[in-house]
Design a protein around this ligand. Structure first.
Ligand SMILES: [Cu+2]
Length: 127
């Protein structure tokens, strides 16, 4: 797995901002170490959609990098996996998380009210 320098810089930046702000109420935090992930999925949050209808990855510890390229708040939730939620407040925000998933097809959504019906829903195919 490789993380580009720009991504690494962004993550460091966002971490610093979050530390200063201190009001991250999502509980997802920003101190996730993606180096322990078996695979990584990068997902962009647009206003109001995901760029892809289907994301594919391999079973195991899956790292998610969620970047807000829109201008309003978005979240990333995996239906049926209540312990996992990423939250990106505004443009440029990046949130990361790791979750163990077995093979199957999962549903990714943004659970900000109105966003799922507007198109923020995609399949995650884990093989
Ligand atoms: Cu959204």
């Amino acid at each position: 797995m490789r993380i580009s320098w720009s991504t690494a810089a962004l993550v460091v930046l966002v971490g610093a901002v979050a530390a200063c702000g201190g009001d991250d109420d999502s509980g997802s935090g920003s101190a996730v170490d993606l180096s322990s992930a078996d695979s990584t999925v990068e997902i962009l949050a647009e206003d109001i959609s995901f760029p892809e209808d289907v994301y594919e990855t391999e079973a195991g510890a899956i790292g998610f990098v969620y970047e807000n390229v829109g201008s309003i708040r978005h979240t990333l939730v995996i239906e049926g996996e209540s312990g996992f939620k990423l939250d990106v407040e505004t443009k440029g925000d990046v949130d990361e998380g790791i979750i163990d998933l077995e093979p199957g097809t999962y549903t990714l959504i943004c659970d900000v009210p109105g966003h799922r019906p507007a198109g923020m829903v995609a399949d995650l195919v884990v093989s």
